[in-house]
Structure formats: C-alpha cells, structure tokens
Write a protein that binds this ligand. Structure first.
Ligand SMILES: CC(C)(COP(=O)(O)OP(=O)(O)OC[C@H]1O[C@@H](n2cnc3c(N)ncnc32)[C@H](O)[C@@H]1OP(=O)(O)O)[C@@H](O)C(=O)NCCC(=O)NCCS
Length: 152
C-alpha cells in the first residue's frame, strides 16, 4: 500500500471505488448493494460532468464522491456525498488531502459552495470538518442547519 497523491477516478477505478463505498456502509451498519452493483453505478457516474470521485492510495484506500447541482442563488453547489478513508489509514492526513482536491475540482467545475451532511453522533468527522474550514454553524449567525428528508 502506497500513500499515492489524490487524483480523479476514472472508469478503471470503478471496482475500487465500489469496494470502498461498500466497506463504508458495512462499517456504519448501513444497508448496501453488492460491490458489483455499485461498480456499475460508479462507472456510469464518473463519465458525467456533474459527478466526480477523488481517490487516494495505490490501491485506493480513500474516496471522496461529489455531485454538483444547479442553485438559484449561487449557480452551482457541490455536495460531498461520501468521504471515506479505510480504518487503518486514518489520522495521517489522507482525508484532508482528498478534501483539498475535492474543493479544487468542484471550484474548477463552477461550484461556488461545498456542502457536507454529517450525522450528530459523528463527532470525529465533525472535528475533521471544522478543522478543514467546514464549521457546524453559520460563521455570522451561529445558526446550525438541519437536513430533513422523506423516502419517495
Ligand atoms: C473523517 C475521515 C474521512 C477523516 O480522514 P483522515 O484521513 O482520518 O483525516 P486526517 O488524517 O486528514 O485528519 C484526522 C482528523 O480526522 C478526524 N477523524 C475522524 N475519525 C478518525 C479516526 N478514526 N482516526 C483518526 N482521525 C479521525 C479527527 O478530527 C482527526 O483529527 P484529530 O487528529 O485532531 O483527532 C475518516 O476518519 C473516515 O473515513 N471516517 C469514517 C467515515 C466518515 O465519518 N466519513 C465522513 C462522513 S460525513
């Protein structure tokens, strides 16, 4: 395992990205499709302009998956859907480097804002995001935002 620089994933990385997404869901007891099913989805998503994946490591041990959407106020918003570093590789700066490329690539694709959803019990991830310039509360008002959703 080599801590290779983060880079943009291509279709050739689909199986590794799927493996890591599957591991993420298993680690956090979230239902997950089989890695082969995920790999097919990833292969088609990385061909699009509105989705990209950053991978790091050789073979990859970290991913950041981003989707971009139009926004009436700011043009384009990037959502960091998934950020995952394999357990054995955490705490040595890989997540921060993946996030840095996520920011650079999202800005390069026209995004003016980066959003991340983080669950209340995930205090380690919250500390990471705070440190990386994604505070839990609005810097001016101190307000915290909540994500509400229903299944359709
Ligand atoms: C959050 C995460 C992506 C950070 O990646 P990383 O490579 O460990 O991050 P870095 O080495 O750049 O930074 C370390 C910081 O990450 C945070 N962190 C979160 N979980 C950690 C873990 N298990 N081990 C070490 N650091 C962790 C801490 O804030 C740590 O800072 P600290 O040393 O001051 O405690 C990674 O820990 C991870 O994949 N966690 C599980 C999945 C997750 O929570 N993803 C985010 C969902 S919103």
């Amino acid at each position: 395992m080599v801590d290779a620089d983060p880079r943009l994933a291509t279709v050739a990385d689909a199986r590794d990205v799927a493996r890591l997404l599957h591991a993420f869901n298993v680690e956090f007891d979230t239902p997950t499709p089989r890695a082969e099913v995920l790999a097919e989805r990833i292969a088609s998503l990385v061909e699009r302009d509105d989705t990209f994946v950053v991978v790091a490591g050789s073979p990859p041990n970290a991913i950041g998956l981003v989707t971009l959407r139009p926004n009436v106020w700011s043009g384009t918003v990037a959502l960091l859907d998934e950020l995952y570093v394999e357990p054995g590789a955490r705490g040595r700066g890989i997540g921060a480097r993946v996030l840095a490329l996520v920011v650079e690539e999202a800005a390069g694709r026209g995004a003016t804002e980066l959003e991340v959803e983080v669950d209340e019990p995930d205090v380690d991830a919250q500390r990471f995001y705070e440190r990386e310039g994604l505070p839990l509360a609005d810097a001016e008002t101190g307000d915290r935002a909540f994500v509400v959703r229903r299944t359709l």
